[in-house]
Design a protein around this ligand. Structure first.
Ligand code: NI
Length: 163
C-alpha cells in the first residue's frame, strides 16, 4: 500500500494554520444571528461550520495527530460529521464564544505542531477512506480543511446578505 506523503513547506503550513483564528474573525465580523443561521440549500449554516471547526480541532484533527506521534501506524476511526451535526452540543454557540473557543483549541494544536521533530513529520497512520498517510500529509490536509471551511462561511454569509 502506498503512503501519501506531504510535500509543502512546513513553516508555511504552520503559518497558515496559526492565521485561521484571525481569518475567521475577519470573515464573520458584523454578522448577525440571522446571517449566521442562514443555511444555503443542503449546506451547513456559518454557525454550524464554526462549531465544526472548533469541535473537529480536538475530537478529530489534533487527536489523530497525537495518535500518529505516539502509536505505531495507528488505524484511525472515520468521524461521522452528519451524526455530529445532528446531535452536537450547542451550549457555546454565540459567535464570540465560537471564535474564542476555536482560537484556544488552535493554540493548543500549534503548541504540539511547533514542537514536532523532523522524524515526527514522517510518522504514519491510516484511515479506511483515506488510506495511509504521514503526519506531514495530515497537516496539509488540515490546512486545506481550514481553507475550504473559511470559504464556505464567507459564501454562506455573502448569500445571507443578498436575501
Ligand atoms: Ni469539515
Amino acid at each position: 500500500m502506498t503512503t501519501s506523503r506531504g510535500s509543502r513547506d512546513i513553516p508555511s503550513l504552520l503559518e497558515g494554520l496559526a492565521a485561521t483564528p484571525d481569518r475567521l474573525e475577519a470573515v464573520t465580523r458584523g454578522a448577525d444571528d440571522g446571517a449566521l443561521d442562514a443555511a444555503p440549500a443542503g449546506e451547513w449554516s456559518a454557525r454550524t461550520v464554526l462549531a465544526h471547526l472548533r469541535d473537529d480541532e480536538f475530537m478529530v484533527t489534533r487527536l489523530r495527530l497525537a495518535r500518529m506521534t505516539v502509536e505505531e501506524h495507528p488505524t484511525l476511526a472515520p468521524f461521522d460529521e452528519g451524526a455530529w451535526a445532528s446531535s452536537r452540543w450547542s451550549g457555546r454557540d454565540g459567535l464570540q464564544e465560537l471564535l474564542s473557543d476555536f482560537r484556544l483549541q488552535r493554540e493548543a494544536s500549534m503548541m504540539v505542531l511547533r514542537r514536532l521533530e523532523a522524524s515526527d513529520w514522517l510518522r504514519t497512520g491510516s484511515q479506511p477512506e483515506l488510506g495511509a498517510f504521514d503526519v506531514h500529509w495530515w497537516v496539509e490536509h488540515w490546512l486545506e480543511h481550514d481553507e475550504t471551511h473559511v470559504a464556505q462561511i464567507t459564501a454562506a454569509l455573502a448569500k445571507a446578505k443578498e436575501e
